[in-house]
Design a binder for this molecule. Structure first.
Ligand code: MN
Length: 380
C-alpha cells in the first residue's frame, strides 16, 4: 500500500523538493492533499501532476480567483478552516508541514489532535508552541518527525539509543552563513541581495536571512530542546562551513555519532516519509572528492541572534514566542529595505524586552497566538 501524504505549503521551497523526491518513488507514495498560499499557477501544475483528492488555498483573493476557473473536479477549500476540513475529511498517513512562520502552529496542533503523524519542516511553530505540540503528540500517540536537516540528523543518530540518559550533548552544525568571515564593522551595510546568497543550501527567503543572522541556528537550538527533550545547555552549536556533517550526538562515553550527506533537503524529507526504513536516491556524497571538514565555535558577539535565542529559552515560558515574532517582523522589514541587517537582533531584543513584563508560564494555544499577535502590533 502506498503511503498517503498531504503537503501543506506545496509551492514553497520544501514543498517543491518534497514533490520532486516523491515523483521518483510514485510506487511508494500517493499525494492526497496539497495546500498553497498564493502561487496558484504552480499549484495547478502540481494538481495536474499528482492528482490530489483535495486542495486548500489559504489566501482569500487567490482562492476567489481560482474558484472562477476551477475546471478541476476536486474539492477546493479555503483558509485555516479549509485546511482543517481537508485534513479531517480524507485518510492521511502523514502531513508534511512546509508552511513558513508561526502561522503553522494552529494547524500543526490540529493535525496532532487528530492523531495524524507530522513531518515537520516548520521550526517557528515548535519554537513558539513547543510544549503544546510535544504534549499533544504524546496524548494522541502521533509522531513529530523532523525534516529540518539538523534535527533529522540527530533523529537518525539516535536510532538505537535506548535511554535519553546516554546522551551527553547534541551538536547542531551551522554553515555560518554568507557573512561568517566579514568584519563585524561592515555588517550594517549588508543588503538583502547579499544576505539571500546562501553558500550551501537552497532555501526560502525567510530561512536564508535567518541563516545569515544565525537566528536560524538559535531557533533550531530551541527546536532541538523540545524534539529531543534536552536541557537547553546541552544543545550546542558548531560552525561547519562545508555543511556535510548535518549534526552530531555526543554520548556519555564521549563517543560521537554524526550524520553526513550532500546538503540537499530531499534527503531529510524522504527519511521523514520512509522512517524507519530507507529508499534509494541518486543524491550521493563522494568521499574521495570531499576535501577537508572543519569545525569552529560560533561568534555570538558578531551574531547576537544566537545568544538571544539561548536567553529566550533560559527565561522560558512565553519568551520564545516574543523572540520568534520579533524576528519574523524584523526579517520582513529587512527584506523590504526598511531596516538594516544589524537592526534585526536589536528588534528581536526589543520584542523580548516588551514581553518581559507580560511573561507567562505554560501558555495555552490561544495565549500563544494572542502573544504573537500583540508583539507584532507593538513592533510595527
Ligand atoms: Mn536546519
Amino acid at each position: 500500500m502506498r503511503k498517503r501524504i498531504a503537503i501543506l505549503g506545496s509551492t514553497g521551497s520544501i514543498g517543491t523538493q518534497a514533490l520532486d523526491i516523491i515523483k521518483t518513488h510514485k510506487d511508494k507514495f500517493e499525494v492526497v492533499a496539497l495546500s498553497a498560499h498564493k502561487n496558484i499557477a504552480l499549484l495547478k501544475e502540481q494538481m495536474g501532476d499528482f492528482k490530489p483528492e483535495q486542495v486548500t488555498i489559504t489566501d482569500t483573493k487567490c482562492y476567489n480567483t481560482f474558484l472562477k476557473d476551477n475546471k478541476y473536479n476536486i474539492t477546493l477549500n479555503h483558509g485555516l478552516d479549509g485546511l482543517k476540513e481537508m485534513i479531517s475529511s480524507i485518510d492521511i498517513d502523514i502531513v508534511l508541514i512546509a508552511i513558513v512562520g508561526v502561522a503553522a502552529l494552529e494547524i500543526a496542533h490540529y493535525i496532532l489532535d487528530q492523531g495524524i503523524d507530522i513531518a515537520l519542516a516548520n521550526k517557528e511553530c515548535i519554537v513558539a508552541g513547543g510544549e503544546l505540540l510535544i504534549s499533544k503528540a504524546k496524548d494522541k500517540g502521533a509522531r513529530i518527525i523532523p525534516v529540518d536537516s539538523e534535527h533529522s540528523a540527530i533523529f537518525q543518530c539516535l536510532q538505537g539509543c535506548e535511554d535519553d540518559s546516554d546522551i551527553k550533548n547534541i551538536y547542531l552544525t551551522a554553515s555560518g552563513g554568507p557573512f561568517k568571515d566579514m568584519d563585524i564593522d561592515n555588517l550594517h551595510n549588508v543588503t538583502p541581495a547579499q544576505a539571500l546568497r546562501h553558500p550551501n543550501w537552497d532555501m526560502g527567503n525567510k530561512i536564508t536571512i535567518d541563516s545569515a543572522t544565525l537566528m536560524n541556528k538559535g531557533l533550531e537550538v530551541i527546536e532541538a530542546k523540545w524534539l529531543f527533550n534536552l536541557d537547553i545547555d546541552r544543545v550546542k552549536v558548531v560552525v561547519h562551513p562545508q555543511s556535510i556533517v548535518h549534526s552530531m550526538v555526543e554520548f556519555i562515553d564521549n563517543s560521537i555519532i554524526a550524520n553526513m550527506g550532500v546538503p540537499d533537503m530531499r534527503l531529510p524529507i524522504l527519511y521523514a516519509f520512509t522512517y524507519p526504513r530507507r529508499l534509494d536516491t541518486d543524491i550521493e556524497l563522494n568521499l574521495y572528492e570531499m576535501g577537508n571538514l572543519t569545525f569552529e565555535r560560533p561568534d555570538m558577539v558578531k551574531f547576537p541572534c544566537l545568544s538571544l535565542a539561548y536567553e529566550a529559552m533560559r527565561i522560558g515560558g512565553s519568551m520564545p514566542i516574543a523572540l520568534n515574532a520579533g524576528n519574523e517582523i524584523a526579517v520582513y522589514k529587512f527584506l523590504e529595505g526598511d531596516i538594516g541587517f544589524t537592526t534585526i537582533p536589536k528588534m528581536v531584543e526589543k520584542a523580548m524586552n516588551i514581553h518581559l513584563r507580560d511573561l507567562i508560564h505554560d501558555p495555552t494555544l490561544e495565549q500563544v497566538l494572542y502573544i504573537d499577535k500583540s508583539i507584532r502590533e507593538q513592533l510595527v
